[in-house]
Ligand binder design. Structure first.
Ligand SMILES: Nc1ncnc2c1ncn2[C@@H]1O[C@H](COP(=O)(O)OP(=O)(O)O)[C@@H](O)[C@H]1O
Ligand SMILES: [Mg+2]
Length: 507
């Protein structure tokens, strides 16, 4: 007999942990650090206080299987804190989160941090410790496990402590199986790149060998926070409209369009309904299923909507991007560019690019690419991402860039909906609009690098010419004096002096 059963979301991710980036012990430990750090960064963005993040990874003493050890991971932040009634679900329930709103955030699914804890539980069978305060007189501590089959938190212990110093923030600690030696380089690289896009963060990492990595802030300025927004009619589907109809208080279509969608006023609402052939006075709650489908189809076709505004986005900005790169790479030359807001399928996005030359930019046989989305570094599957393919398609000789030069390019995409190809948030799918912006952004900074390199090439050439000149000039003066049978050599001091002056000026 066939039996049917339903699995919970926690069970689903337990069985399919690969898709969330927990493929093997090395990857799992990397993903765990990353997810907790991203939650901490989101939380400090929310409280508008420059981030203070402490990460400690230690050996738990226990030997486990051959290729993996048991580690204890602790991440502490000074972010918003979590309201006590939400703490158990935030960490003990997959797909429970506060970031389902339409605005830019690092996390999206209520999956990342919880998935790390779930992974810890299935590999070590130990609970997670959480302490958090929103800055009140109390700190709430929980010891939790996840009931995977029910997708529910199980509270093993809870405590309330007096918050003498009015600490605000969150501390999460749990054990997991991992392979730190193999993950080390990636984790450190991840933190370094995080420091580039988060120049207002102090990040401290203590690794299992007791090594200390510190990334210090160079500014306390934070990017403008994103505002929550309404869906743009070009980006909605039938299900979204169906849900809106269920909750709407509007009693006619004109108001319905104005109230629930992005940047629609009386006139546009009127024009659109006329275009769609839908009665303005119709009660939205009375729309039949086929009318909803038609409404959505017409929304996609109508060209009279205003394009989405970008206040729901929070790009880094040229100054902060520059500060981050200068601090971590100390390049000889840098150019940054923030493109104007653009959209793909109704989702607004902003692209930021930068190019850095020399200094501590790694010298490889190729351009070094740093990819970021919503201010998180993307470290895996570089070759599958759209940016890499764009860089490969550019004729770099035109920009005077040679393969052995130390050149790094950053591409940062901000959007309410980053077109990731996987839930593991690793690489970005090709969208023609996004692709065009990436290409233009890279070209813009590449042109500035070209000017810098050309100028330098010219100076180099001049310097070499003048060096030869000043070497031979005294000899020429001497010989020509002898040849012409004169006694007194011409005064060449003035000429030599102007050569030296040129050299000094171009130092
Ligand atoms: N350090 C933290 N500070 C404040 N809130 C947090 C923190 N970590 C997690 N949370 C809360 O827990 C929720 C679940 O986190 P997570 O599973 O990583 O999903 P996501 O980040 O995608 O929402 C978040 O939406 C947030 O509300
Ligand atoms: Mg998260």
């Amino acid at each position: 007999m066939v039996t049917f059963e339903m699995i919970s979301p926690a069970d689903f991710f337990y069985r399919n942990r690969d898709i969330a980036g927990f493929t093997n012990p090395a990857r799992a430990i990397f993903s765990s650090v990353r997810e907790l750090v991203e939650n901490s960064l989101d939380a400090s963005d929310q409280s508008r206080v420059p981030s203070e993040i402490y990460i400690r990874l230690s050996n738990d003493g226990e030997e486990s299987s051959e290729e993996a050890d048991v580690y204890k991971l602790r991440v502490e932040d000074n972010g918003s804190g979590i309201p006590p009634r939400h703490i158990p679900s935030a960490f003990g329930q997959v797909l429970f989160g506060s970031k389902y709103k339409l605005k830019q955030a690092r996390g999206t699914f209520g999956l990342g941090g919880t998935m790390a804890i779930l992974y810890g539980q299935i590999t070590t069978h130990k609970p997670v410790d959480v302490a958090s305060s929103t800055g009140t007189t109390r700190i709430h501590r929980y010891k939790l496990m996840i009931d995977i089959q029910k997708n529910r938190p199980v509270i093993l212990d809870s405590k309330i402590q007096v918050n003498k110093n009015r600490w605000r923030g969150t501390m999460v600690e749990f054990c997991l199986e991992g392979d730190y030696p193999r993950a080390m380089a990636k984790i450190v690289e991840y933190l370094k790149q995080t420091a580039v896009v988060t120049p207002y963060a102090n990040i401290t990492f203590v690794d299992p060998k007791g090594r200390l990595y510190k990334f210090n802030r160079v500014t306390s300025k934070m990017p403008r926070p994103p505002k929550e927004t309404l869906p743009h009619p070009h980006g909605v589907d039938v299900e979204t409209v169906r849900r809106l109809i269920q909750i709407t208080k509007c009693r006619n279509m004109i108001d319905f369009m104005k109230t629930h969608f992005h940047r629609i006023g009386e006139k546009i609402s009127h024009n659109f309904l006329k275009f769609a052939g839908i009665d303005e006075k119709k009660d939205p709650r009375k729309l039949e299923p086929d009318e909803i489908v038609k409404l959505v189809r017409m929304m996609k076709k109508f060209e009279g909507f205003r394009s989405p505004d970008a206040s729901c986005l929070s790009p880094l900005g040229e100054d902060l991007l520059k500060a981050g790169i200068l601090k971590e790479l100390e390049p000889e030359f840098i150019a940054v560019c923030q493109r104007r807001p653009s959209t793909y399928s109704g989702h607004p996005f902003i692209l930021e690019t930068a190019i850095a030359y020399g200094g501590n930019v790694p010298r490889k046989d190729d351009i070094v690419l740093y990819r970021f989305a919503n201010r998180i570094p993307l470290l895996y599957d570089e070759a599958s991402g759209v940016s890499w393919r764009i860089i490969k398609s550019i004729n770099w000789r035109k920009y005077k860039v040679k393969p052995d030069m130390p050149v790094a390019i950053m591409v940062h995409l901000c959007s309410t909906k980053v077109p990731y190809k996987t839930v593991g948030k690793e690489f970005i799918a090709d969208r023609p609009e996004v692709k065009a912006e990436i290409l233009n952004g890279i070209r813009e900074v590449a042109r500035q690098l070209q000017r810098f390199l050309s100028k330098r090439e010219y100076r180099e050439k001049e310097r070499r010419r003048l060096a030869a000149f000043s070497k031979y000039l005294p000899k020429i003066a001497k010989f020509s004096t002898e040849l012409s049978g004169k006694e007194k050599e011409p005064d060449i001091r003035k000429l030599l002096w102007s050569v030296r002056k040129f050299e000094e000026e171009t130092e």
